[in-house]
Design a protein. Sequence first.
Length: 445
Amino acid sequence: MSFESLNLSAPILKALSACGYTAPTPIQAQSIPLALEGKDLIGSAQTGTGKTASFVLPALQRLLVPSEARGKGPRVLVLTPTRELATQVTDAVRNYGKFMRVRSGHILGGMPYRDQMDLLSRPVDFIVGTPGRLIDHLERRSLNLSRLELLILDEADRMLDMGFSEDIDRIAAACPENRQTLLFTATMDDAMAKIAARLLTDPVRVAIEGKQAEKLHIEERLHVTDDMRHKNRLLQHLISDVNLTKAIIFSATKKDADQIASELYSQGHAAAALHGDMSQGARNRTIYNMRRGKVRLLVATDVAARGLDVSGISHVINFDLPKFAEDYVHRIGRTGRAGATGVAISFCSMNEVAYLDRIERYTGKSLEQHVIPGLEPSRPLRRVNSGPGGKKGRPSFDPRKKSFGAKGGRPGAPGGKPGFGRREQQVVVEYRRGGRRDGSAGSAR
Ligand code: AMP
């Protein structure tokens, strides 16, 4: 399939070809024709699948036809959960709309009101924003949505997680009822179904799942860790890999992100932190530096890195496992984007086993355990409920035998349930190329 066959107009096709895109991704091929027909849509696609263009392109196509409505409010509004994601969507609008005249801008929390008032005081076509600040503008009457034709909710699941449900309802209530609405979400639970029922009319569902979602070429690995010290030693080993060109290291807290980044920086690595306590300017600078290749190791928290689109991220390292399985999927989606291959490595200590269980149940697959000689865990991971099927007593790795045994039992011992700790399950042993055997290049904390 080609972009031409999707009936996109010449200036859009020219921009896509300037971006080097040759064909639509599956989510684009499915969503764009429906969106162009004016249908309401629920799109389920992971980040990294070309989701942004699947709503930005039809929105731009709509803007090629002048509005008959009076007023100067936006004709298209995209709501995003985070400022970073909003900035990326705005960049996509400018990129894909560079051969047409689009008046666009973003309205984000943490940014000066003056510029935003300025933007909204003039006629504008396309606004991308975070719900909280948009509500502020509605209350101040600086934002008028009476001319709105298309409302888009990007990463709606995350917006609900972040408590924006009421804000979304208020924003939607300020839009004309006959508008078109597109909603993108990675998950579809009760809360999401309710909001979709309130905001969308007769929506069509477009889901990119299973095989198609595997367009993300990501190799996932698990390293069982004893403690923080062990995690630091493994991290030192991994970042010395020459194949690691750019990495995002995820930590559980903002404080840890700062600490890990500053320790790596003091060791001479091009490292920086990214988290919600940093000013918007500092966050933008850090992302810009990573895009330019001035930052190789970005140590981030989930919210700050949500939707982050930096090309060429070779590795994602989960220094700490996320509490929510959805975040795991979002984290690893920072690599392996648009056909490139990526590696996602997760550390798991005993106190994180429950998170690992959740992730494996959610993704429906077990993470393959890797060990690095000299950096093996000193004890196996004890699993209670685990695995995609939520079975009990899953085999865990025995570092001495380089194999799995049932609940630490003897591998291959007779008398157990077949396939349940009785078979030998090989762990991938990564032989090290050069470097120090004990990985003791220093602590990252
Ligand atoms: P997204 O899922 O929207 O975050 O997009 C992931 C990445 O894929 C971005 O870097 C886009 O620039 C890129 N991309 C989107 N659509 C295409 C396409 N049709 N061909 C090649 N790359 C694409």
